[in-house]
Design a protein around this ligand. Structure first.
Ligand code: NAD
Length: 508
């Protein structure tokens, strides 16, 4: 047993997780910190997946009848459990996903925030009343629960993505089946255990939360694919690579099922001549190297105006040279490991391709961390490019920031929009006309367009998601809840006659 295994066991005791049900040899949870296994689990087989979806479907039939504010009460209790166990769950995120502890804790805070949002939402699932063209008629729309919501999540936000979906889905009257990343099953087991604790507390005063309301499905792609194909899953919310999203979208299109797709990003920032460079430097660094470049919103392309390029880029290189890289559990570390060897190799391939395109690479080499020699740690890379090349159109899930000089804003906006992905973007400028143009209909084509902050680190209050190859889905705040409900339009005739719409005469 290595030292981390015993830490995990203590965390499991606090979080109420038991591995007994899942002991097996199908899925290995490997810590990116040292590349060593934390646990070995069995996957759910096809029969078990079908049974879980069946249970979730039966749960939905009961849960939809529970008043929405009461459903919100369950999420309020779950938020309390998360607050109580924030440190333990945050540590587990760090151990299994490799992000630094501050970010592990931040991820759990995001879960708490969305719970608070969902509790309020449970009393605000409003529909419209619409003026009818017919006398003595009234039109209205009512939002109803949808069914089983199938959530697929990626390794890099192993618990928050489920919470964004689940907190909203539950208050909207749905049940949830969750297929987490095969790289992060332990954090999923812990989250599920905390949710079941909340269910037990909630059910102590009434028995409103049925068995099967939340089902956890452990497995790899095939297991996820089975969930996506199942007709009882009314909405598939899938977060991960564009490759995965295309596969999921095809299956769902065939059976005409709704999807929320949150896929890859290739996010850019423009730094204009009037930018506050102090702020820009901090925003660039956090956005480009945070989570070791493994966020969907990571800054990957930086367009710097010619007039400030030679001031800004040397400053960035100086900061990059001194970044503390190491064990993510240590307080002083800002850059933890890549998730695995494959991620490291993909990064090196991309850097070689950039060199072949006349790029000048700074950093990007492997860093050996004492005590964690078998983990894949890298110095984040800056790559100065003569222009935006075809290789820069691909998302490489590692800390590579390409920098290109631009001469006029239109050129930079065109580059921002030239890639297939459309998740996040930002501009640093104090020129109001530039800022407004960037956010306008002819500006950034991304789902997120920020001014004077980086592209990464969204709050839960806004709708989160992006366009084009990012999938078009929206999760979290604003009116994203509507995707988890079905809209019923009702026309009520309280008159004594039957006028037809459009003035049609149909006498019988
Ligand atoms: P991935 O696509 O390899 O896996 C994501 C999930 O999809 C896993 O649970 C996996 O088992 C499942 N999966 C894969 N193929 C499937 C299929 N055919 N049917 C059903 N399920 C399937 O992604 P990853 O490496 O875990 O995560 C990194 C990617 O996720 C990056 O591209 C990143 O940009 C993206 N991401 C996007 C967002 C967003 O909100 N837009 C958030 C986080 C991560």
């Amino acid at each position: 047993m290595n030292a981390m295994t015993s830490t995990i066991q203590n965390l499991f005791i606090e979080l109420g997780v038991t591995l007994a049900d899942y002991e097996g040899n199908d899925i290995a949870s490997i810590s990116p910190i040292n590349g060593l296994p934390l646990a070995s689990l069995r996957a759910d087989n096809a029969t078990q997946v079908a049974q879980k979806i069946d249970r979730a479907h039966n749960a939905f039939l009961a849960w939809r009848k529970v008043p929405a504010p009461r459903r919100g009460e369950l999420i309020r209790v779950f938020g309390e459990e998360l607050r109580t166990h924030k440190t333990a769950l945050g540590q587990l995120v760090t151990l299994e996903a490799g992000k630094i502890l501050q970010e592990g804790l931040g991820e759990v805070q995001e879960m708490i925030d969305i719970c608070d949002f969902a509790v309020g939402l449970s009393r605000q699932l409003y529909g419209l009343t619409i003026a009818s063209e017919r006398p003595g008629h009234r039109m209205m729309e009512v939002w109803h629960p949808l069914g089983v919501v199938g959530v697929i999540s990626a390794f890099n936000f192993p618990v928050a993505v489920w919470a964004w979906n689940a907190a909203l889905a539950f208050v909207c009257g749905n049940s949830v089946t969750w297929k987490p990343s095969e790289k992060t099953p332990l954090t999923a087991l812990a989250t599920h255990a905390l949710f079941m604790k909340a269910v037990a507390r909630f059910n102590a005063s009434s028995n409103d939360a049925p068995d099967g309301l939340a089902e956890l499905i452990i497995g790899a792609r095939d297991t996820g694919a089975q969930m996506v194909e199942d007709k009882r899953v009314a909405l598939v919310s899938a977060t991960g690579s564009t490759r995965m999203g295309r596969q999921v979208a095809e299956v769902c299109a065939k059976r005409l099922t709704r999807t929320i797709l949150e896929l890859g990003g290739n996010n850019a920032m423009i730094v204009a001549p009037s930018a506050d460079l102090e702020m820009a430097v901090r925003a660039i660094t956090f956005s480009a190297v945070g989570t070791a470049g493994q966020r969907c919103t990571t800054l990957r392309r930086l367009f710097v105006h010619d007039s400030i390029y030679d001031t800004l880029v040397p400053r960035l290189k100086k900061i990059y040279a001194g970044l503390p890289i190491g064990n993510p559990l240590e307080k002083s570390t800002l850059i933890g490991p890549l998730v695995d060897q494959a991620a490291f190799e993909a990064m090196q391939t991309a850097l070689n391709a950039a060199k072949a395109d006349q790029g000048v690479v700074f950093g990007g080499d492997r860093v050996i961390v004492t005590g964690s020699e078998t983990g894949y740690y890298v110095r984040p890379a800056i790559v100065e490019m003569p222009s935006q090349t075809a290789h820069m159109h691909h998302e490489v899930f590692a800390p590579i920031m390409y920098i290109v000089r631009y001469q006029n804003l239109q050129q930079a906006v065109d580059w921002n929009n030239e890639v297939p992905q459309g998740l996040s973007s930002s501009i640093f400028t104090t020129d109001m006309r530039e800022a407004e143009l960037f956010m306008s209909d002819v500006g950034s084509d991304c789902g997120i367009a920020n001014v004077n902050i980086g592209p990464s680190g969204a709050e839960i209050g806004g709708a989160f998601g992006g366009e084009k190859d990012t999938g078009g889905g929206r999760e979290s705040g604003s009116d994203a809840w509507k995707a988890y409900m079905r809209r019923s339009t009702n026309t009520i005739n309280y008159s004594h006659s039957l006028p037809l719409a459009q003035g049609i005469s149909f006498d019988i």
